[in-house]
Design a protein around this ligand. Structure first.
Ligand code: BGC
Length: 729
């Protein structure tokens, strides 16, 4: 095959008006035979994309596939942009540049480059931009997709006002390993929950019209299996059986694609011998061809050149070739893609691959509306960030994500009996409570636990930072600093760091009740905490409104309703411990001699200031046919004295079939609010599609058999019934 070295063709600068005329004339080429699925507006976009691509040199195409990291403005960078050698800029955490700088870079692209193709600006908007929400793992403990969506709407509004077009989120890597520091970024150990929350973030960021200037392009990351890092060590390889790949790790990504996410980031990890970034079977065949993903795939940071360290490429050129063949369209930070023109000349790759990548990137840029409004309005940054409304919503999310783990003798909420409360411990006056990806969040904006408790104290209650003889109750604030979790922060010991457990036991000498508040980013081994506290509240890294949200919960202005989305282990030796494991042939024997196999706190667990009773589980039928559904209902009553939310959970188990199945699988949940004494009938529809198992090609099929179904307050409790699926295979 002969390849023309397009870089040798010299183009004159083409006026924008001419480009627009050309764009409106050329026809749509749909190379994938997917016309029926393409909307009218997308056809129009593809028409423009193809017209534009007809004008592009190879170097300009590779430019679109290149993302540069910007720690600052340099003449070299501006020159590269003007030469059409850059398609995207990554705005980093330190030295975040604002809308003016963005517009300056954008001007270089739009007015200074030959074709005027706008840049797309990406940033890690993970759990807030300036108003920081709780870390994602905490947000999932709200079991409120609506809240998570609204938090993303706010984050998108703030980030877009600062010149960001594209958020590197949601992170939907299911993880069962709390040693892995990035577990804080995902939505827990359950694939269904990661799917639900991932889709909520996509909706919040992109909305129904992503071209709106207050919306962001979402990015599902990190495709795929990153949460299974061996030994919980970040970046380690993963060994993932096909069944788990399909039933666990792919589930949220498929849901994210269906929710319309426009980009995906390929992961750092090696999967069964092929790194994700070079994994043609997973990226090109599964994500793009099978699932019909039409956006583009960006590599993770330097992940292309890291193929050399993985041992799958001998140099940059080979790394670039393997990456683009696999279906990764844009290279983040490193510049191995500069080798692609040479590789093309030598016939090592085909131009079709490059064209497919560029077409996808331009498609997303058009969808984002960057051609129509390339510049950011520089005034919004003064009005849209950290507004009282944004803070108020962050406070709501933070308190709803806190999980009450222990509350002996109803010591919480603090009552009139407590005249003097001491808020002490290493986290009492901590303001660095925004997690690892705090974006542009500032510690000076954060309400510390001590300040929150003091400023919100009811009349007659004194809050001090010292324990004394008049102290009635101690609030001990302990936890993990942000530098102990997050990327590249794995731990082998999951107890409270340092001497914090000693600190807790030393409080015993005061002979006062102790309420321990834990500020954490991952599931911890809390055996040394619960034994030394009458009550224990998991506050996570709650973000900007930390102290206010804490006060809402401890003073009883908000009845805690958060429930865990990861199992909390009793010891590191139990890991991985998760609720949806398979059974084994000797379920009563496969235990440790020195430890139970049950976690300290199970998935779905969380207490309230009130109590809820579950009763009258009923099924609309005890038979279900393929294509059919049945209704599962239970009566849930608030049997205490306080109004509150309850998260009602539905689990099923397939008792026998052609493959072994998990002992429980979450299939639905409802968050309901009940007044004291009030009851509600909570119903779930279970469709036969919820009961499928994978066939040998991992296609979902129904198999006849018996299913257990539970409705309950967590994965370890609940009412149980069973039903039959008839006429399956
Ligand atoms: C992380 C990604 C992140 C990227 C850009 C990488 O190190 O793995 O999650 O989006 O950096 O900051």
């Amino acid at each position: 095959m002969k390849f023309i070295k397009r870089s040798h063709i010299v183009f004159q600068s083409i006026p924008v008006i001419l480009i627009l005329m050309l764009l409106s004339q050329c026809g749509l080429q749909d190379r994938r035979g997917r016309e029926d699925k393409i909307s009218v507006s997308d056809r129009e976009i593809y028409r423009k994309v193809d017209s534009l691509m007809a004008l592009m040199t190879l170097e300009e195409k590779i430019g679109q596939m290149s993302q540069r990291f910007v720690p600052g403005v340099t003449n070299d960078l501006l020159a590269s942009i003007r030469n059409g050698r850059v398609g995207s800029l990554l705005n980093g955490l330190s030295n975040f540049y604002g809308p003016e700088e963005r517009n300056m870079f954008q001007r270089a692209a739009v007015e200074g480059s030959r074709l005027g193709i706008p840049l797309i600006f990406g940033h890690d908007v993970i759990h807030g931009f300036r108003t920081i929400f709780p870390v994602s793992l905490a947000q999932s403990c709200t079991w409120s997709p609506g809240m998570v969506e609204q938090a993303s709407v706010i984050a998108a509004r703030e980030a877009s006002a600062s010149g960001v077009d594209w958020a590197f989120a949601p992170m939907i890597d299911v993880s069962k390993d709390p040693r892995w520091g990035r577990i804080a970024e995902c939505y827990g150990e359950d694939p269904f929950l990661n799917a639900v929350f991932g889709a909520a973030v996509v909706k919040g960021f992109q909305g129904s019209d992503v071209s709106r200037t207050d919306k962001l392009v979402a990015c599902l990351k990190h495709f795929i299996g990153y949460g299974a890092a061996m030994g919980g060590r970040d970046y380690q390889y993963t060994d993932i059986p096909d069944i788990d790949m399909h039933e666990v790790y792919m589930v949220p990504y498929k849901a994210g694609v269906e929710a319309g996410a426009l980009t995906v980031m390929s992961a750092f990890n090696d999967i069964n011998g092929i790194p994700a970034t070079a994994n043609e079977k997973l990226v090109r065949e599964t994500l793009k061809d099978q699932w019909g993903f039409r956006g583009f795939v960006v590599s993770d940071w330097d992940a292309v050149i890291q193929l050399i360290d993985h041992g799958i490429a001998k140099d940059d050129e080979q790394a670039a070739i393997k990456t683009v063949r696999a279906g990764v369209d844009m290279e983040m930070k490193s510049d191995a893609f500069l080798q692609l023109p040479g590789a093309l000349d030598e016939g090592k790759i085909s131009e079709d691959i490059i064209d497919d990548a560029v077409r996808r990137i331009l498609y997303v840029k058009f969808r984002k509306g960057l051609f129509e409004h390339p510049y950011t309005d520089t005034t919004r940054i003064r009005t849209d960030l950290l507004t009282p409304e944004n803070r108020q919503f962050a406070r709501k999310v933070a308190r709803a994500s806190m999980v009450l783990l222990k509350n002996e003798h109803h010591i919480l909420p603090l009552s009139g009996k407590n005249r003097s409360v001491a808020v002490v411990g290493p986290f009492a006056k901590e303001s660095e409570l925004m997690g690892w990806w705090k974006s542009t969040g500032k510690t000076s904006d954060v309400v510390t636990p001590f300040n929150g408790m003091k400023e919100n104290a009811p009349a007659g209650l004194t809050v001090t930072d010292r324990i004394g003889s008049t102290t009635d109750l101690i609030i001990a604030c302990v936890g993990e600093g942000r530098d102990l979790f997050g990327e590249n922060h794995s731990r082998s010991n999951l107890r409270l760091p340092g001497n914090q457990e000693d600190f807790l036991s030393s409080l015993r000498k005061w002979n006062k009740p102790v309420v321990t508040v834990v500020f954490n980013g991952r599931p911890l081994d809390l055996t040394g905490v619960t034994g030394n506290s009458e009550a224990c509240l998991l506050a996570w890294h709650p973000g900007t409104e930390a102290g206010n949200a804490l006060a809402d919960v401890l003073y009883g202005n908000y009845n805690p309703s958060g429930k865990l989305t990861t199992s909390f282990p009793r010891s590191v030796g139990q890991i991985p411990v998760y609720y949806n494991h398979r059974n084994s042939g000797r379920p009563d024997k496969n235990k440790y001699v020195d430890e139970t196999s049950e976690p300290l706190f199970p998935f779905g667990f969380g207490l309230s200031y009130t109590t809820f009773a579950y009763d009258s589980l009923s099924l609309s039928s005890d038979l279900i046919q393929p294509g059919d559904s049945l209704v599962v209902s239970a009566l849930v009553s608030n049997t205490g004295n306080t109004a509150g939310n309850e998260i009602v959970q539905l689990y099923i188990r397939d008792l026998y079939g052609s493959t072994t199945r998990p002992v429980k699988e979450l299939k639905g949940f409802r968050k309901i609010f009940l007044q004291p004494g009030e009851s509600a009938k909570v119903s779930f529809i279970v469709g036969s599609e919820d009961l499928t198992v994978p066939d040998k090609n991992f296609h979902p099929v129904t198999e006849k058999g018996t299913f257990d179904v539970w409705v309950g307050p967590n994965s370890a409790e609940g009412l149980i019934e069973d039903f039959e699926l008839t006429d399956g295979r």
